[in-house]
Design a protein around this ligand. Structure first.
Ligand code: HEM
Length: 395
């Protein structure tokens, strides 16, 4: 059977083209990670399967790290929890992180986007990532969670260092990761003490107060949750904003449509996330037990890669226009925010950020164009997008 060569030059240069070709041959093909699932129905079905789990601390174990603070930290993340342990924390966190809470924050998101655009007034060209996408994602997240602006860059750096835990050179970075964990845990503990003494209108205060049947989140769970939010909610949004901008520059008629019809903000935000997601590969899984799915026998321990970036462009789900950017598209929901029990906890906040940012950008920048090629991460990165995106604002 054909093989999906994720490191091959073809995939690196044209990931969607390679996925489209393989998707027509079969719903799944082998890849270096295990079974790559390519079609919409099967990807969606896989994400809902209770017999699969996230890889958790497996990659750490492969690197010989099975106990100690690094393994404990990894096991403590919500994304790595399963069954009852996941359900308990997710239920409590969802009491604080509600859609109503996010909606109340919407005007603040719009203000932050506007402030950044004001700062760019008078400049014909900018790097969209450094001057808009990165600062907007970071500011919004810090204000929402309750991290003061003056420490946001330090917190971002510590979170990035802790993120090295998800890579394959953990032993090499052990000292850096441990020092970031010490610093961030110490800082979060300080914030928890402050909020307990003087509650504020932020997520941290709401997380401390979240309670059901007399149960609260423990301090260890609160620490782990803040780290998770800071890592899950920053790069994803930053890259999604930048990928959206790049897609709009390639489809100027869609930009003009949004400019003249800002009411399309909601469908535009979904379409950008479907068409140009901040992760092409999607969400890896491990089989907890032997199972059979769509006629395929999968043994316990097998690794599976439901490729959401492929499902999102499957003509079986989106018709002949699956590869086109169409901000008026409605119907089949995309899978970029995942599915099943780990469905993105921050999707409502991400949606608000995209729904506020793009119509505002379209109002302020009439016809943005690329001012150079920019530099892009490889499409195999868990979170994918440009590191620099030079843009001429247009007049
Ligand atoms: C465009 C932006 C975003 C995208 C594309 C995205 C995507 C995802 C995906 C695919 C998952 C599931 C991973 C899996 O099943 O393996 C996930 C989980 C998660 N996301 Fe997001 N995310 C985004 C923004 C955010 C934001 C803004 C936050 C928080 C402020 C956030 C917090 C989380 C958390 C906590 C989880 C783990 C949920 C669980 O395990 O139950 N995400 N996200």
């Amino acid at each position: 059977m054909t093989f999906l060569d994720l490191q091959g030059a073809d995939f690196q240069a044209n990931p969607y083209g390679v996925l489209a070709e393989l998707r027509e041959e079969h719903w799944q093909v082998p890849c270096a990670f295990g079974i790559a699932v390519l079609r919409y129905d099967e990807v969606r079905g896989m994400l809902a399967l209770r017999q699969l789990r996230t890889p958790g601390a497996d990659f750490l174990a492969l690197q010989g790290i099975t106990e100690g603070p690094l393994a404990d930290t990894m096991r403590g993340f919500l994304l790595n929890a399963d069954g009852q342990a996941h359900h308990r924390v997710r239920r409590l966190v969802s009491k604080a992180f509600t859609v109503a809470w996010v909606e109340a924050f919407r005007p603040a998101v719009a203000r932050m986007a506007e402030e950044l655009l004001d700062e760019l007034d008078g400049q014909d060209e900018c790097d969209f990532v450094a001057s808009f996408a990165e600062p907007l994602a970071l500011r919004v997240l810090c204000r929402f969670v309750g991290i003061p602006d003056d420490v946001s860059h330090e917190v971002k750096q510590w979170t990035a260092d802790i993120g090295l835990l998800f890579g394959l050179s953990v032993a090499e970075h052990r000292a850096r990761i441990e020092s970031a964990l010490d610093n961030l845990h110490g800082y979060i503990d300080e914030l928890l003490t402050q909020r307990r003494a003087a509650p504020r209108d932020d997520l941290l205060t709401a997380l401390i107060a979240a309670e059901e049947d007399g149960e609260l989140l423990t301090d260890a769970e609160l620490r782990s949750m803040v780290i998770t939010l800071m890592s899950a909610g920053q790069g994803t949004v930053q890259h999604q904003l930048s990928n959206g901008m790049a897609a709009f520059m390639a489809h100027p008629e869609q930009w003009r449509l949004l400019r003249t019809q800002p009411r399309l903000a909601v469908t535009a935000a979904e379409e950008i996330v479907r068409h140009s997601p901040s992760s092409i590969l999607g969400v890896p899984r491990i089989a907890k037990e032997d199972l059979s799915f769509a006629g395929l026998d999968i043994p316990a321990g097998a690794a599976i890669m439901p490729i959401t970036g492929s499902a999102n462009r499957d003509p079986r789900a989106y018709g002949d226009s699956a590869s086109a950017l169409d901000i008026e598209r409605t119907g089949t929901p995309h899978l970029t925010y995942g599915g099943g029990i780990h469905y993105c906890l921050g999707a409502a906040l991400a949606r608000v950020e995209l729904q506020e940012a793009f119509p505002l950008l379209a109002q302020r920048w009439p016809s943005p164009q690329p001012a150079g090629p920019g530099t892009w991460l490889p499409p195999t990165e868990a979170v994918y997008g440009p590191l620099t995106l030079p843009v001429k604002r247009g007049s």
